[in-house]
Write a protein that binds this ligand. Structure first.
Ligand SMILES: CC(C)(COP(=O)(O)OP(=O)(O)OC[C@H]1O[C@@H](n2cnc3c(N)ncnc32)[C@H](O)[C@@H]1OP(=O)(O)O)[C@@H](O)C(=O)NCCC(=O)NCCS
Length: 142
């Protein structure tokens, strides 16, 4: 596995809608790409969006929503399939949470895929039902 170094640039910015759409499309997130205006509002309404670029090309993105005080919610982290496994996802999560280090509640909801569990556990997250003391997570999806 090669390192994420190599000319990678992380930056807090909202990327242009067309390049964001291409990235979300590359990981197959059709719920976003079917509604470009919703994606644009979601990006602009986020507390913090961090991109990863190499030679200007958008390779990854992470965004946090929250109140900046007691809750920081990681809504998306995605890395282009051609750039996965190089440490970019880890760098994105670290960078997007950097201003929220003192925020006690850092949470996210994601698909029940083994790879995603491994990714988040590598970053220090614990599944809610495995947490001690016990926690419950509830969701209402429309
Ligand atoms: C999940 C995702 C963001 C990971 O990004 P990435 O750049 O490939 O991850 P990294 O290379 O930074 O890996 C970070 C750590 O997670 C682990 N990890 C990542 N993917 C893994 C997998 N599929 N299985 C096991 N471990 C995994 C790595 O081993 C690494 O551990 P280490 O730092 O202790 O060595 C990326 O695969 C992706 O964009 N997937 C599609 C979109 C998605 O599902 N996003 C998450 C849901 S919001």
């Amino acid at each position: 596995m090669s390192g994420a170094g190599g000319g990678l640039e992380l930056r807090a910015e909202v990327p242009a809608l067309d390049e964001a759409l291409a990235l979300y499309d590359a990981v197959g997130w059709g719920a976003y790409t079917r509604e470009p205006e919703t994606l644009e509002r979601a990006l602009r309404g986020s507390g913090r969006v961090v991109t990863a670029r190499r030679d200007g090309q958008l390779l990854g993105l992470a965004r946090v929503v929250g109140d900046g005080a007691v809750i920081a919610y990681l809504q998306d982290v995605l890395v282009h399939p051609g750039a996965q496994g190089q440490g970019i996802g880890r760098r994105l999560v670290e960078e997007v949470f950097a201003p929220y280090e003192a925020v006690r509640q850092q949470v996210l909801l994601t698909d029940a895929e083994p790879g995603q569990r491994a990714f988040y556990e590598a970053l220090g997250f614990v599944e809610a039902h495995d947490h001690d003391p016990g926690l419950r997570a509830f969701v209402r999806l429309h």
